[in-house]
Write a protein that binds this ligand. Structure first.
Ligand code: 13P
Length: 222
């Protein structure tokens, strides 16, 4: 394993540990992937293994996944390999993927609701909502198809009765946007508990999206 490869694998583990430290994930819940080479998407991606606690995960425990689906490594890949692979194939804007079971985003996913434009930062995710993908059993192609659909022109989606998925232009962005999406879920639940939240109109969200185009967040593909 080259030093570059090792440090990218370690960056995935560091992302997982940061999610744990922020109270976003715990134990072995969630999974993370990153493309091997940002400049060459054909080189595939590294993915966390299934069921290994982040605190003891080693760089060698991550698996390499080629875009044809070939998995290489000493550990078994995350059970959510199907949606990581489907996204890495479909979305060249996704350099990194973070899937979590954060409490508030997952609570909204249990209501099977989208997070509407309650705050202008919803536009960070590409539009006027964070959609909730339909339910399917974890680790299935059916779930992948639902996730891909909910992610159209978005860099995040809730997953019904399951959790949250966020795409980033790198691991740091995927981590930061995961924290932001969880915070928006907190706001949505609290505002609804207190009254009837006012949703920002589409024309205002269009203005925010236009301003964000200059912020360096990168494009959101369909
Ligand atoms: P893995 O340990 O297999 O990645 O599963 C965790 C999870 O969150 C499944 O959705």
């Amino acid at each position: 394993m080259t030093e570059t490869e090792r440090s990218l694998r370690q960056a995935v583990i560091d992302t997982c540990i940061a999610l744990d430290a922020k109270g976003i994930n715990q134990g072995t819940s969630g999974n993370v992937s990153v493309r091997c080479q940002a400049a060459d998407p054909t080189t595939g991606f590294y993915l966390t293994p299934t069921s290994i606690p982040y605190a003891v995960m080693q760089p060698e425990d991550l698996v390499h996944v080629a875009l044809d689906g070939t998995v290489t490594g000493r550990a078994r890949p995350s059970s959510e390999l199907p949606f990581h692979l489907a996204i890495m194939r479909a979305r060249s804007d996704a350099q990194a993927i973070v899937h979590t079971h954060s409490t508030h985003a997952t609570a909204v996913s249990c209501l099977r609701q989208d997070i509407p434009a309650i705050h202008y930062l919803v536009a960070l995710f590409g539009g006027n909502s964070i959609r909730c993908a339909d339910y399917a059993t974890f680790g299935t192609e059916e779930l992948s198809a639902h996730v891909i659909k909910a992610l159209q022109r978005r860099r995040a989606a809730l997953m019904a009765n399951h959790g949250l998925i966020v795409l980033g232009k790198n691991l740091a962005q995927a981590l930061a946007f995961t924290v932001e999406a969880e915070q928006l879920a907190v706001l949505w639940l609290r505002a609804r508990a207190a009254g009837q939240p006012i949703i920002l109109p589409d024309d205002e969200m269009e203005r925010v999206l236009a301003k964000f185009a200059d912020y360096g967040y990168g494009p959101v593909e369909s």
